[in-house]
Design a protein around this ligand. Structure first.
Ligand SMILES: [Zn+2]
Ligand SMILES: [Zn+2]
Length: 299
């Protein structure tokens, strides 16, 4: 008995203890949590506050999240008005560096004619917050994150910069792969009709067009006139398929597709919200590219 306890004890001792100096980081977006882990490696503890299965446009920090932010030196936000609560958060989290990671990434604007938008604060004409769907954007973001970790933990600077460089190379490869795959889609089919207005940055990077339609989710109550307009614009665009999204109700999109005579594709992953899938940025991009090329890429 004693012998086995000693064996057990030596096993414990073989596991290196958590270093007290580990930097705690809170991320207000699941994709930022992923990239912070890539860049921070084992020097950081990353709290993914939102987690899987939460609508990013509805999320507000809960008491347990505030506790984790209290323990964090760095708090990563997406920026571009994604976090409507950010002003209040800055007032209460004065100890931490709150970084709006997407702040310096060139913005796209939600089209004036877009009827269906993600939520009230990102309506027609507003800044489109969805920069995290762009691969090049995420490469830039990983640099911003490396810099903010370096400021909070100067001893780790070389590690963070090296990790960001390695991750950036991985994203370069990802982008090349995505370009090659998406080039299989005939030019006239490079159009995305999706459940919420999340894919403008992705579309711009890979030469697709986002077709703005109303009523693809059950999140807003569309009038019969709006639905008729939606079906008309799908027909006019000549698209082969419409794309539901993980986490959004598919009922409306199915009935619209049926009336318009188009296929319903496998759901895309938007905003990193993908319960039941591999999580993280790279997995999201790979999934979406595969879904799009499967439906639109064949002759
Ligand atoms: Zn929104
Ligand atoms: Zn969104």
């Amino acid at each position: 008995m004693i012998r086995s306890s000693i064996a057990l004890l030596s096993l414990f001792l073989a596991v290196p203890p958590l270093r007290a100096a580990e930097l705690q980081v809170s991320a207000l977006h699941p994709l930022l949590a992923d990239v912070a882990r890539q860049v921070g490696g084992n020097r950081v503890i990353v709290h993914d506050l939102m987690g899987a299965g939460t609508n990013a446009h509805r999320y507000e920090p809960r008491p347990a999240d505030l506790k984790k932010m209290q323990d964090s030196k760095v708090i990563l936000a997406a920026g571009k008005n994604m976090e409507s609560y950010l002003g209040r958060l800055k007032d209460t989290m004065k100890h931490a560096n709150i970084v709006e990671v997407g702040r310096t990434i060139p913005s796209l604007t939600v089209g004036k004619d877009v009827v269906y938008t993600c939520c009230p604060q990102h309506g027609a004409g507003a800044i489109d917050p969805h920069w995290w769907h762009g691969v090049e954007n995420m490469r830039r973001a990983s640099r911003v994150i490396a810099d903010s970790l370096s400021t909070a933990d100067p001893e780790g600077k070389a590690v963070y910069q090296a990790n960001a460089t390695a991750y950036g190379q991985k994203l370069e490869q990802l982008k090349r792969w995505a370009k090659t795959e998406l080039a299989k889609v005939p030019r006239e089919q490079r159009k995305l009709v999706t459940a919420h207005n999340a894919f403008a940055y992705f579309a711009k990077e890979f030469g697709f067009e986002v077709i703005a339609v109303a009523g693809l989710t059950n999140e807003q109550n569309n009038t019969p006139q709006e639905l008729a307009k939606t079906i008309e614009s799908i027909k006019k665009a000549g698209v082969r398929a419409v794309f539901p999204e993980e986490g959004y109700n598919e009922k409306t999109v199915r009935s619209i597709a049926k009336t318009a005579g188009v296929t319903v594709a496998e759901p895309l992953i938007s905003d990193g919200n993908a319960p039941g899938h591999d999580t993280g940025f790279e997995a999201m991009i790979r999934h979406n590219v595969r879904v799009i090329t499967t439906v639109l890429g064949s002759k």
